[in-house]
Ligand binder design. Structure first.
Ligand code: URA
Length: 491
């Protein structure tokens, strides 16, 4: 059966519906449009459908909605087999309702690829059509002309897009596969147009200026550009004449752009950043003032009910810091151990005894120092009747840092000793490399010196000479801390 070049969707639907109703299998039909003059390869096996008397009702057969969409696109394809393939699918859909979802079907995958190619062609047409003015200044309104060479029969599909976009002018788009025209707001289509002679006009210049301005030489990707704008479209697009030159000079233009680029953040951004910083500092200072005003007792009371992390669930109590509020030296451990958890005081177990001895040898009076921990609750794993110490996680240390900072705000120590990795992490933000960092002094953002040393529990786990050496090292570190305390404050 023969379909008209224009309006073939309506014709195909009508005839295909009729053919299905007449139970005509796909191989008994020959489809072609009046644009296609191919020989009827299987014509002798097929028969032309008899002329329908009147139209067949739309709902005489039913198909999934997705078929209609697929059909609308595929009908525009330039492959002469498109009608046969579509009818084949329609025929099978009568018995196989889920055919369109069958990913293994070669028929469906071919139809989908055809639809995709049509959609791409339409997209290219909407992007690459270039109008030239053909108005006659003395007479009628402004009129425009464009010549485009699509791969498929898409003029009727794409026409409404242009009517919508350029509805306020008269125009004609001619292609080797039909022509669309908008005159006085009415869109019409016709077939068979030769390529006319199109005069150059200033709209070409306009396109060039526009294209030169949107082209960013620093982002040039020749392959991507050619796949987006295939060369076959170039000859009808005025701006493409500029492309070779633009590619050739892209590198030097992009280098020039870099040389001229602003290196300073804009003034406004800088002002905002500094305003935000000032506000943060003010809020911190206010919070610290409030804490300091409440004093250590208030802080300790509040910490006794702390539920910031789940460690409070199993621990006996919060073990808060201990020492005078005007202590010049603060020592920070990791977390209370079994004995501290029961006693409610820091460093009263074996690690505390070792620390006491070393502090004494170093000449530090425990009564005058402030001892606390990075984490205020004992973290352990029950094993029989024993509670085995577990290292606190980074998140637990971070949650508990609030209390440590509050203690710092009240006491404002001149120097701090970080005993081990967890304390170093809580204070400096880094808990690694204690062996390399021990004996060194690091500074907190407010300038407070932090001396890093071993944790006494780590020394208790050592034996023989290693333990002796570590004790000597820790002793020397505590002495250094004392020296830091007595050293004149640096500017
Ligand atoms: N270990 C610590 O880190 N702190 C204590 O209070 C006891 C042991």
């Amino acid at each position: 059966m023969t379909l008209p070049l224009m309006g073939f969707e309506k014709a195909f639907r009508e005839k295909a519906r009729l053919a299905v109703l007449e139970q005509l299998p796909p191989d008994q039909l020959l489809w072609r449009s009046d644009s296609e003059t191919e020989a009827d390869l299987f014509g002798h096996n097929r028969r032309d459908l008899r002329k329908s008397k009147g139209s067949v009702p739309e709902d005489s057969i039913s198909v999934p909605k997705a078929y209609i969409e697929l059909m609308k696109a595929v009908l525009c394809h330039s492959d002469p087999e498109r009608f046969h393939l579509l009818y084949h699918a329609l025929w099978r859909l009568q018995a196989e309702r889920h055919l369109l979802q069958d990913r293994s079907s070669r028929l469906i995958s071919r139809l989908q690829n055809m639809a995709k190619s049509v959609r791409r062609d339409c997209h290219k047409m909407t992007a690459f059509v270039r109008f030239r003015e053909i108005s006659n200044a003395q007479t009628g309104p402004r009129a425009f002309h464009a010549w485009f060479e699509p791969d498929h029969w898409i003029i009727e599909r794409a026409g409404p897009f242009f009517a919508n976009r350029f509805g306020d002018m008269d125009w004609i788009i001619e292609t080797p596969k039909g022509c669309a025209q908008l005159h006085d707001g009415a869109l019409s289509f016709s077939k068979d147009v030769p390529q006319p002679h199109v005069p150059e006009d200033e709209t070409g210049e306009l396109w060039n200026t526009y294209y030169l301005n949107i082209f960013n030489p620093a982002r040039l990707k020749v392959k991507a550009m050619q796949s987006e704008m295939p060369k076959k479209y170039w000859r009808n697009m005025p701006e493409t004449a500029l492309i070779p030159e633009m590619i050739a000079t892209a590198q030097s233009r992009s280098e020039a752009m870099q040389r001229e680029a602003a290196t300073q953040p804009p003034f406004r951004a800088e002002r905002l950043r500094s305003m935000m910083q000032q506000r943060e500092e003010l809020e911190n200072a206010k919070a610290n003032q409030q804490i300091a005003a409440g004093g250590l007792d208030d802080l300790k009371l509040r910490a006794s009910g702390c539920t910031r992390c789940p460690l409070h669930c199993n621990a006996t109590q919060t073990v808060f810091g201990e020492g005078p509020a005007d202590a010049e030296l603060m020592l920070v451990g990791e977390q209370p151990g079994d004995r501290e958890d029961l006693a409610g005081r820091p460093f009263v177990g074996p690690a505390g005894q070792l620390l006491d001895r070393l502090m004494q040898e170093a000449g530090i009076d425990r009564e005058r120092a402030y001892l606390t921990n990075a984490v205020k609750h004992f973290k352990f794993e029950p094993r029989g009747k024993r509670r085995i110490h577990k290292n606190p996680s980074k998140a637990e240390i971070t949650h508990c840092k609030w209390w440590l900072e509050a203690e710092r705000a009240v006491i404002r120590p001149k120097a701090i000793v970080a005993l081990g990795g967890s304390a170093a992490l809580a204070l400096t933000g880094r808990g690694d490399g204690i062996l390399k960092r021990r004996g060194t002094v690091e500074r907190l953002p407010d300038g407070t010196p932090v001396l890093i040393t071993f944790h006494p529990s780590a020394i208790l786990r050592m034996t023989g000479a290693a333990s002796q050496t570590a004790q000597q090292d820790m002793l020397s570190d505590l002495r250094s801390a004392l020296r830091v305390l007595t050293a004149p404050a640096s500017a």
